[in-house]
Design a protein around this ligand. Structure first.
Ligand code: NI
Length: 208
């Protein structure tokens, strides 16, 4: 998941990456598929081993998958976040949801099944990322600024789509989750150790 846990201020990206997600109320009122009850799932927190496990393809797209997609969107919006991948709720399947629409825009919930990067730009972009599975930890990550992704939609139809800007960053972050990779794998060792220590410390404090 890409998220940001709130503190705005010096980093304008943070607002974009998290709290300004606008859509939860609208979305929660109207399920994508009309009427099915949605359930908020528990988000796994690092270092849960499932976050390091490669997810398997979704074999069949039926009501179970559509229900799962609804649950994932509800969980993502409630967090709040702009992306969520199956393994983050312990579902070891290649499915991700995202909505990177801005504050003033209409909600744009997306569901990508069995997504694959088919092209990435040589030009890159460095932006701060966070992850709902690593609460309150943020770091700058360099990624291609444009990618083309092949995937299957909820109707079972294969599609290809080019994503740019924050959508490109989000879809890459979520595809990483499907391969057991986290954004901290894409930063320096020193910074990674720092974030891990901070998270462990927060978790100890949380238990006291
Ligand atoms: Ni994440």
């Amino acid at each position: 998941m890409i998220t940001s846990a709130g503190k705005s201020g010096a980093f304008p990206d943070r607002a974009v990456f998290g709290f300004d997600v606008n859509a939860s109320a609208t979305y929660l009122a109207v399920s994508l598929h009309g009427g099915t009850a949605m359930t908020q799932r528990t988000i796994l927190i690092y270092p849960d081993r499932r976050l390091r496990t490669k997810a398997r393809e979704v074999a069949e797209i039926g009501n179970a998958t559509r229900g799962l997609a609804d649950d994932m969107l509800e969980t993502m919006y409630a967090a709040p976040g702009i992306g969520l991948a199956g393994p983050q709720i312990g579902v070891m399947r290649r499915i991700l949801v995202m909505d990177c629409s801005g504050k003033e825009e209409e909600p744009a919930p997306r569901v990508l099944i069995n997504p694959e990067l088919v092209w990435q730009s040589e030009t890159t972009d460095k932006r701060e990322e966070g992850c709902l599975s690593m609460p309150n930890q943020f770091a700058d990550v360099v990624r291609p600024d444009s990618v083309r992704v092949g995937f299957v939609n909820l109707e079972g139809v294969a599609e290809e789509e080019t994503f740019n800007g924050i959508w490109a960053r989000c879809v890459q972050h979520e595809i990483d989750h499907l391969d057991g990779r986290l954004f901290i794998d894409r930063i320096s060792l020193v910074k990674r150790q720092l974030l891990r220590r901070r998270l462990a410390k927060e978790q100890r404090v949380g238990r006291d």
